[in-house]
Design a protein around this ligand. Structure first.
Ligand SMILES: [Fe+2]
Length: 134
């Protein structure tokens, strides 16, 4: 199942929303790269892009939270840090075992599912907090 950004994922913070949209684009680019039968190098490139963009996005979001003194910052940062490990493990698995239908389905479901849950549950609260404190 393909995860795409839609209005139900909108937090109302334009910077956060724009980056979330890019994350879904990057995830789907990775999945399509696999479906098109591209080699390991191309796949690794797509996964590296997704990883780097995830790290950049989390960094920006954490800066924003600190700027507004978001009270749940520590927990939120922990969610981000844990997820970074999950994404990194996928990269390691890709290098060690190569791509497979089951790995790519796992990547898609885990990353896509996490994004949806995190955005709706956590980032929506961040955006609402920023809105009421700016
Ligand atoms: Fe977040």
């Amino acid at each position: 199942m393909e995860y795409v950004w839609d209005k139900s994922l909108e937090t109302g913070n334009s910077q956060i929303d724009a980056q979330h949209q890019q994350l879904f684009v990057a995830l789907n680019r990775l999945v399509h790269t696999y479906q098109e039968g591209k080699g390991k190098d191309e796949l690794k490139k797509s996964l590296d892009f997704l990883t780097d963009y995830t790290i950049k996005h989390f960094f920006d979001e954490e800066q924003l939270q600190q700027h507004y003194k978001y009270p749940d910052f520590e927990n939120h940062k922990k969610y981000h840090d844990d997820f970074k490990k999950v994404v990194r493990n996928f990269s390691v698995e890709l290098i060690l075992k190569g791509a497979s239908d089951s790995l790519m389905q796992d990547v898609q479901a885990t990353i896509g599912g996490w994004l949806v849950t995190h955005i709706k549950g956590q980032d929506a609260k961040v955006a609402a907090y920023i809105r009421s404190h700016s």
